[in-house]
Ligand binder design. Structure first.
Ligand code: KIV
Ligand code: ZN
Length: 517
């Protein structure tokens, strides 16, 4: 199959969700899926249907809404998993586009087959073929992955790929599950497979790389240079452990180095930065400032020599233009005088649909409060602001009613707080090492939750000292990990809200465990 376009398969909603605390609600997945569709990704892996009823619902909802990207569910090579995946993508198969895919996988390395699956090679091949056949009952678009392909024997990979192609798989994915490879051998592995597998030209070859040695993008590009025409990647490189190949880096490398790759993607690069910000806001995973393409400093020239060069001739130090990847796209949206219908229609343009008129009214009231504190309101502010309105799957057990924090040089910071605890107002106070510490201790004097605070981070949503501070806390209790978020122009209030959001998630029964495989 001669193909000059590289298929971008985004797995932010599945492998990305396997980052600790990044589990998303259905509404959050829908918001990200809409942005991914706008970005032009070819395939959205929306989740792992058999992992939890919540994930099944989310995939089904995404499959019903998205028409311009293929919607995919992951499934182990078992009948139950494949059928759950098939049911979850059924709404996509009812669109004219019939844009549903099942992605089934089984491990093929000796270490996995012997110690994890406890299956022989013959059994693994038989199961893989069977899984592809089950999947074909739901859609002709079936992807097969050989988990841990990086440590699998070449002869066995050829054997299993021959068999699943014969059974009807249309995409063959070669994953570096453990992030072990380095670019040259990874590219060679792809080239050898394409040469040795029968009917290799009838399928799309795909690469899926993890970043344990920091080479996921380089490995993916090496596979592309050797014949892969699908790259599995995530926004901001989110994903299991050290993450997956970062979508923005893969896409911009192919675009910027067209002289080398001579390939295209169908990505609208101007949607990259908005997608990065949305994923960061929703998952609570901040983007490091020096991250390629989407980091705050990615286009900032600090040295005088560089600044002088750029002013004289931009290309002296810039290989890409900030505006081409969506920087500066953060339009000034609304202000203090904007009305409810302008607010509603801007949310719609951003792909945000609130669940009810009540939710819209609450969000609009929060917007007016914010507009009183902050003269300019940007799209990022709106995303941060409505995040709270999307927590319908999260319990409302604790609510902040009142907070007063005293912080003065030479004095111990002290917080006084009133919370609504399941409708009952309770007051507490506490000293702390700083105002945030005092606030969290005061909350715990009421909640007595026994959680462990694993992470606390603050980021500014937009520029300036009047910007909203977006706070993420990661809490763990009894093996569950959740991220709580809060945004406010007052970062102590944002911190309190983030902590309460985390506690409320822990109180939500439907909140799924991190769906690790
Ligand atoms: O890393 C991996 O092997 C995976 C597969 C399920 C494709 O995520
Ligand atoms: Zn993976």
């Amino acid at each position: 199959m001669k193909q000059d376009q590289v298929i971008i398969f985004d797995t932010t909603l599945r492998d990305g969700e396997q980052s600790p605390g990044a589990a998303m609600t259905k509404e959050e997945k829908i918001r990200i899926a809409r942005q991914l569709e706008k970005l032009g990704v070819n395939v959205i892996e929306a989740g792992f249907a058999a992992a939890s009823p919540g994930d099944f619902d989310a995939i089904q909802a995404v499959a019903g809404l998205i028409t311009k990207s293929t919607v995919c569910s992951l499934a182990r090579a078992s009948e139950n998993d494949v059928r759950r995946a098939g049911e979850a993508i059924t709404p996509a198969m009812q669109h004219a586009e019939k844009n549903g895919r099942i992605h089934t996988f089984i491990a093929t390395s000796k270490i996995h087959m012997e110690n994890k699956l406890r299956m022989t090679e013959d059994q693994v091949v038989e199961r893989a073929v069977q899984a592809v056949k089950w999947a074909l009952e739901y859609t002709p678009d079936v992807e097969f992955s050989a988990e841990d392909a990086v440590r699998s024997e070449m002869d066995f990979l050829v054997r299993i790929f021959d068999a699943v192609i014969e059974a009807g798989a249309t995409t063959i994915n070669v994953p570096d599950t453990v992030g072990y490879s380095i670019p040259e051998p990874w590219g060679e592995r792809m080239a050898t497979l394409i040469k040795r597998v029968k009917n290799a030209d009838k399928v799309v070859w795909s690469t899926h790389c993890h970043n344990d040695l920091g080479m996921a993008v380089a490995n993916s590009l090496s596979a592309v240079a050797n014949g892969a025409r699908q790259v599995e990647c995530t926004i901001n490189g989110l994903g299991e452990r050290a993450g997956n190949a970062s979508l923005e880096e893969v896409v911009m490398a192919i675009k910027t180095r067209q002289d080398y790759f001579n390939l295209t993607t169908r990505i609208d690069a101007t949607q990259i930065v908005p997608a990065s910000k949305l994923v960061s806001t929703i998952t609570g995973y901040p983007v490091q400032p020096n991250k390629a393409i989407v980091g705050a400093n990615a286009f900032a020239h600090e040295s005088g020599i560089h600044q002088d060069g750029v002013l004289k001739h931009r290309e002296t130090y810039e290989i890409m233009r900030a505006e081409d990847v969506g920087w500066n796209a953060n339009k000034l949206t609304l202000g203090k005088l904007s009305g409810r219908s302008a607010f509603r229609s801007r949310l719609k343009e951003l792909g945000i649909e609130l669940s009810s008129e009540d939710a819209l009214n609450t969000a609009f009231a929060s917007f007016k409060t914010l507009a009183d504190k902050k003269s300019e309101i940007f799209d990022e502010d709106l995303h941060a602001l409505v995040s709270d309105e999307f927590v319908s799957e999260t319990s409302d057990h604790f609510k902040l009613v009142f907070l007063q924090v005293a912080s003065q040089t030479g004095e111990v910071p002290h917080a006084v707080i009133t919370l609504s605890d399941d409708g009952v107002e309770k007051k507490a106070e506490a000293d702390g090492g700083g105002p945030v510490d005092a606030t969290f201790k005061a909350i715990e004097n009421i909640a007595n939750s026994g959680v462990e605070l694993q992470l606390y981070s603050v980021n500014n949503v937009t520029k300036g000292t009047d910007a909203q501070g977006e706070v993420t806390v990661r809490l763990s209790k009894g093996g569950r990990i959740v991220n709580g978020q809060g945004a406010d122009t007052d970062i102590v209030v944002a911190s309190a809200n983030a902590y309460l959001n985390g506690l409320n998630k822990l109180y939500t029964k439907s909140e799924k465990l991190n769906p690790q495989l």
